[in-house]
Design a protein around this ligand. Structure first.
Ligand code: IVH
Length: 673
């Protein structure tokens, strides 16, 4: 089929427009249009390309995800070696560096440096030929790296095509990293699923780029800042390093917004202090700042020593990691009874703060890291992340190191501790009998986004529980002024204030109430969805797990937690008591049951690994929506869902002419139901 000229022109215009919006969104962080507008453009282009596959170009924005997995990483020899940097740890180190630079250049005047944060990720070389991204490689040993083109193409902040005027050959260098928010979310998900977590964002970034399957990389939140270049052909370099960086930005590459030119050691140190002060609030990890002599003529004159340039130096911040000794491991009990092992450490200063406790997350993590009492360990504290034990220095394990055992009984209430087969988390079975769980539940119940009981903080909650004044949530509403006033740091006036706050909290919404109950895995969003879907609490309490799964974004696990919470008569009593105390909300008519959708009555076969969910989760979703899942493909099969590394079933589907869905299309179908 020949492509009509007007269609070809439209596709080209769409590619340019989407490319522009990508740049505004991912590189400049300053979008011009709403996400929905962007999605519409992309959909239109996808539609055209589906109709006329000849339209697909290597730089099309539709080509970022879903490339085929590779069997192994190819080797790439760098046209210009990728060097490393010399380190400075003190102001004296830096002054010595600056003197060496000035001596060599025979310059008495202050040197202009280009200063920027030193990102903690991994160095990548991007090769652009006539503006088109043709290859991406890791640094490797500096001479030869690994070909990671298929993965790097999935990073939205890396342009597949540079803006007009790009040279014939341009090797751009920079750091690929994982922003902290994405890193924390990814680890939280992994913990939930009992999977291995990454020790730090650097490892997470490296692990994500070293994937044979680009779809996995695409699902990881990676970003890149460009800070240099290698081979360049067809462009005469400008005078300054900063001019090159400005030009890279013009061509569409992302560069650090923190970078700037400074003059002499004094200003370098000021820059170091200013960036250091903001280190904890930056959205990514940095381990220092880098200063580069700004004049390229000077850079050439200075040249290199062995593997590092004489014109640049990394000025490191205090390390995020230190070693210390594990004195003991204790277990803390959380709101849902989860026992978290916490290491008590020989106090050590990490990044300027004294650390004496570190979380070990759960028993699986503790066992995986094999932390024993007496061990010498590496602890890590970064930004607002809770200090963690990265690893044990096994070589230095003392002979009398003691293994940690999960207690059989809750350290707070003495109830039996249960660890469900296959689950990472051990829990105290005491429920609200357990003072630790009661305290956490009360705090959660009172929190701003739940019942919003002003003034009811941990000081009061501790006393209420320790004095046995509050055994169940509803007891909160029954205390007299005199009982409140007797508590430490309370007087008549403050007692009345709390009571008033309690009164105010009684008029609430179903969503807030559900969230406040602290049902496992029911956060604000899920509570909102449940409230909206069912409209009335009694309907939720009577719903089967399958009915609960009909709620948008609620999977089988959450549905099971909601169901078993309300199946427990103790919880039903708490709800009844709260209602009897006058807690109320406006109930709504339930939303009409969804019309029989695209899944109802259809038979699915799933083959290969899915990225967004396990096969079991996919099966449960299909069943919840009224579909069936079968193990083998036949003419009766409606859809074959193909994940990563599919088996022969994908081929069978093609032979029988059964519709094949990739994961993205499958997820779309579920949304449309
Ligand atoms: S310049 C010839 N600038 O640090 C100069 N490197 O310790 C080579 N890095 O391999 C590097 N942020 O992975 C430079 N703003 C920055 C950097 C940076 C992070 C990394 C890079 C390099 C390592 C050297």
């Amino acid at each position: 089929m020949r492509v009509p000229v007007e269609i070809e022109a439209r596709a080209k215009a769409l590619r340019a427009e989407i490319g522009h919006h990508n740049y505004r969104y991912y590189v400049l962080d300053d979008p011009e249009v709403a996400d929905s507008d962007y999605d519409r453009l992309l959909k239109e282009l996808q539609g055209l390309e589906q109709q006329y596959p000849e339209l697909i170009t290597a730089d099309s924005p539709t080509q970022r995800v879903g490339g085929a997995p590779v069997a192994e990483f190819g080797e790439v020899r760098h046209a210009v070696p990728m060097l490393s940097l010399e380190n400075a740890f003190t102001a004296e180190d830096l002054t010595a560096f600056d003197s060496r630079v000035r001596d060599r250049l025979e310059s008495a005047a202050a040197i202009e440096y280009y200063a920027e944060p030193k990102l903690d990720g991994l160095a990548i070389n991007l090769r652009y030929v006539d503006g088109l991204l043709v290859q991406a490689a890791t640094r490797g040993d500096g001479t030869t790296g690994e070909d990671v083109t298929h993965n790097v193409r999935t990073l939205h902040s890396i342009p597949l095509q540079l803006a007009a005027g790009a040279p014939r050959i341009l090797d751009v260098r920079g750091e690929v990293f994982m922003p902290l928010k994405g890193f924390k979310a990814m680890n939280a998900r992994a913990l939930d699923r009992g999977e291995k977590i990454f020790a730090n964002p650097r490892n997470a970034a490296a692990g994500s780029l070293r994937q044979l399957d680009p779809r996995i990389t695409a699902s990881r939140p990676l970003d890149m800042f460009c800070y240099g270049w290698g081979a360049v052909e067809g462009w005469t370099l400008p005078e300054r390093h900063s001019d090159v960086i400005a030009q890279l930005l013009e061509w569409g590459l992302k560069v650090s917004p923190e970078a700037r030119a400074v003059s002499g050691v004094e200003e370098c140190l000021q820059y170091y202090a200013a960036v250091g002060a903001r280190r904890a609030s930056l959205p990514y990890e940095i381990d220092g700042v880098v200063y580069k002599v700004n004049r390229l003529g000077y850079q050439r004159e200075l040249g290199f020593v062995s593997r590092a340039p004489r014109w640049a130096i990394a000025h490191k911040f205090p390390a995020h990691e230190e070693t210390t000794i594990v004195r003991d491991v204790e277990f803390q009990v959380g709101r849902t009874g989860a026992l978290t092992p916490v290491a008590r450490l020989e106090p050590v200063t990490v990044g300027g703060v004294t650390v004496s406790n570190a979380t070990l997350h759960n028993m699986d993590e503790l066992e995986r890291k094999d932390v024993r009492i007496g061990d010498r360990v590496i602890v890590r504290r970064a930004g607002d992340v809770i200090p963690e034990i990265v690893k044990v220095i096994v070589e230095r394990r003392p002979g009398d190191a003691r293994a940690v055992r999960l207690p059989n009984h809750c350290p707070v209430c003495g109830s039996v501790v249960e660890r469900v087969e296959g689950e990472a988390v051990a829990r105290c079975t005491g429920g609200l009998v357990c003072a630790a769980q009661r305290k956490e539940s009360l705090l959660h119940f009172a929190s701003r986004r739940a019942m919003d009981i002003e003034g009811l903080g941990s000081k009061l909650v501790d006393q209420l529980v320790d004095l046995d004044l509050v055994k169940s949530l509803a007891d909160l509403y029954g205390l007299e002024v005199s009982q409140w006033a007797k508590l430490e740091r309370m007087a008549d006036k403050s007692a009345r204030n709390v009571i008033q706050a309690l009164e105010r909290s009684k008029a609430t919404t179903l969503a807030r109430f559900l969230f406040a109950l602290g049902i496992r895995d029911v956060g604000e969003a899920t509570a909102g969805s449940l409230a909206q879907y069912f409209g009335q609490l009694d309907r939720i309490m009577a719903a089967s797990p399958l009915e609960i799964q009909q709620v948008p974004d609620v999977g089988p696990v959450v549905a099971a937690h909601v169901h078993s919470f309300f199946a427990d008569s103790r919880n039903r009593d708490v709800v009844a008591a709260l209602r009897a105390r006058g807690i109320h909300w406006a109930e709504q008519e339930p939303k009409a049951a969804p019309a029989a959708g695209l899944v109802t009555g259809k038979t699915f076969v799933i083959t290969g690994t899915l990225v967004a969910m396990s096969r079991d989760e996919a099966r449960d979703l299909i069943v919840a929506l009224g579909g069936k899942v079968s193990g083998s493909v036949s003419k009766k099969t409606s859809f074959v869902v193909v994940g990563v590394d599919p088996g022969s079933k994908a081929q069978k589907a093609a032979e029988l002419g059964v519709a094949v869905l990739d994961e993205a299309a499958f997820l779309d179908l579920l949304k449309q139901r």
